[in-house]
Design a protein around this ligand. Sequence first.
Ligand code: ADP
Ligand code: MG
Length: 188
Amino acid sequence: MLTEKEKLRREGLYKRVNLSEEKRKKFSERIVNNLESLPEYKSAKKVLLYCPVKGEPDLTPLFEKVLKGKELILPKVKGKELELYKVSSYQCLKKGKFGIPEPIEGKIIPPEELDFIVIPGIVFDLQGYRLGFGKGYYDRLLKKTKGIKVGVAYSFQLVDKLPRDPWDVPVDIIVTEKNIRRLRNGLS
Ligand code: ADP
Ligand code: MG
């Protein structure tokens, strides 16, 4: 028997991977523009992004821009945790655990130091709750962070309400290709 979360995860992933490359590129560019317009992004020093897999919005055009005036941080799976690396160039190169391209090396940054945390997801709800791949990596990371938590998704990945577990950590802002939804002030 599939749990409700597993069912929604499958459906959401199916929709996301089946988005055409053309739309993915167009929507990803709009998501990048929306991210750049946020005051929290403008003032941020340490920015966590990710290397896209399985149809996730491709924010790699933002990497170069972040590197110009901020610190670019990328996550890497290490056991049950996401380890955070400060990278100095475009480093979505090596495939790590689960085939996710990960930065190879860099200075390790403690989660508490992140200012602006960008989180991909399979489904988000209107309160900022999120379904990931089902391993809880971001839930474990986010409980240690103080920065603003920004979920990124295509608008078709949003639903009214997701099932939630006690360990789920919601995001503060959801950015899609259509709009920016502010859910809380990020100080929780
Ligand atoms: P996802 O957030 O990736 O969609 P889930 O929320 O279903 O996945 O969580 C997957 C697993 O991660 C759960 O079985 C849960 O036990 C574990 N987990 C999540 N957060 C924590 C945490 N803060 N501490 C310990 N285990 C956690
Ligand atoms: Mg979760």
